[in-house]
Design a protein around this ligand. Structure first.
Ligand SMILES: Cc1ncc(COP(=O)(O)O)c(C=O)c1O
Length: 336
């Protein structure tokens, strides 16, 4: 193991940065923390909010963002739509129109329901408001970054956060976050940002290819290699592979007689499909069957969706052949 203050570590972070920037489509530094995405969810409201946040909720993870906002004592209002529905630009603009908010939170890809909200259009709608240039748009892209194209600079997002263990296909333990100049300037005006996740402190160290606290060096080595593999595949190819696996998953589910959870299907996630369990299969028993064959699917997330729905991930390094193997095994289980 190298030491985190050794030049070798700065070289490693320096090698990683431009590659992470390509994945985030940004020229800004991408903050790195020894954490999971939830850490940067908390950081995002602690660093950028002085008056009030609009939390857009359409599932369990966007609901978590609301809880985090409240747990940090930030004033908020909630825009909630039915779980399974996307958050739409006009809804956001309407709620922000009274000018009393300084930030808005949205989950790009609601992993609990398999719904992807149109972030680019949401940011466009926010920027058209009279105070749109002052509103910090916080995007949780935990289950979309590296699986769905999100262009941080071109779309004018302010805070874009993700974790290592989803579409990056790495072990958990690293979190990444791009922060706009607008959000950095705002952070400078916000008291009590905390220490571990202070955007200004993280950015100051990152300018020297360092982190304020000890960094998980072994995970950074894995990240360095994985970014090489991702860029060798080509990001557009990677996104297309996710879409093709999504479409195949829909085709399989509909052919079996299942219904899809995402409504309307135009917003169905490219990285995870949530399926109504309208055929009432025993999901724990199915998973036990799959587990014996080294595969696993996810039950519906949270009390609301458990057994009512189940989820099939098609992200990261999974290939179409993996999906075919999974569907053949589920078919075999259902034929029993
Ligand atoms: C959309 C979304 N947001 C946030 C989280 C929380 O991320 P983490 O477990 O990396 O803290 C998850 C985890 O599954 C997620 O899917």
């Amino acid at each position: 193991m190298i030491g985190h203050r050794m030049p070798e570590c700065a070289e490693l972070i320096g090698r990683i940065q431009p590659k992470l920037q390509q994945v985030f489509y940004t020229n800004r530094r991408v903050l790195i923390a020894a954490s999971t995405g939830t850490g940067f969810m908390e950081a995002s409201v602690r660093n950028t909010v002085n008056s009030k946040v609009l939390n857009c909720v359409n599932g369990a993870f966007s609901q978590r963002m609301r809880e985090i906002t409240e747990a940090n004592g930030k004033a908020n209002e909630v825009l909630e739509v039915a779980w399974g529905q996307p958050i739409l630009p006009a809804q956001v603009a309407e709620r922000l129109a009274d000018g009393s908010f300084d930030a808005v939170t949205v989950a790009h890809n609601e992993t609990s329901t398999g719904v992807t909200s149109p972030i680019r259009e949401i940011v466009e709608a926010v920027r058209q408001l009279p105070n749109g240039d002052e509103i910090i748009v916080i995007v949780d892209a935990v289950s979309s970054m590296a699986g769905i194209k999100v262009e941080f600079d071109a779309w004018d997002i302010d805070v874009l956060l993700t974790s290592s263990q989803k579409a990056f296909a790495l072990p958990p333990g690293l979190a990444f976050c791009a922060v706009s100049a607008r959000a950095m300037n705002k952070a400078a005006t916000v008291p009590n940002r905390g220490y571990y996740f202070d955007f200004l402190l993280l950015d100051k160290y990152l300018a020297k290819n360092q982190t304020p606290a000890t960094t998980p060096i072994s995970l950074l080595y894995a990240l360095d290699l994985q970014l090489d593999d991702m860029l060798a595949e080509g990001l557009d190819n990677r996104f297309a592979r996710h879409l093709a696996m999504r479409d195949r998953t829909h085709k399989w589910a509909l052919a079996k007689g299942f219904k899809l959870f995402a409504d309307p299907v135009t917003y169905a996630s490219p990285t995870v499909t949530s399926i109504h369990n309208n055929l009432e299969i025993d999901i724990p028993a199915l998973n036990a069957f799959l587990h014996e064959r080294d595969m696993i699917i996810s039950n519906g997330y949270g009390a609301k969706l458990k057994n009512v729905s189940f989820r099939i991930a098609h992200m990261g390094d999974l290939q179409m052949s993996d999906m075919e193997e999974l569907f053949a095994a589920i078919d075999q289980y259902m034929a029993k």
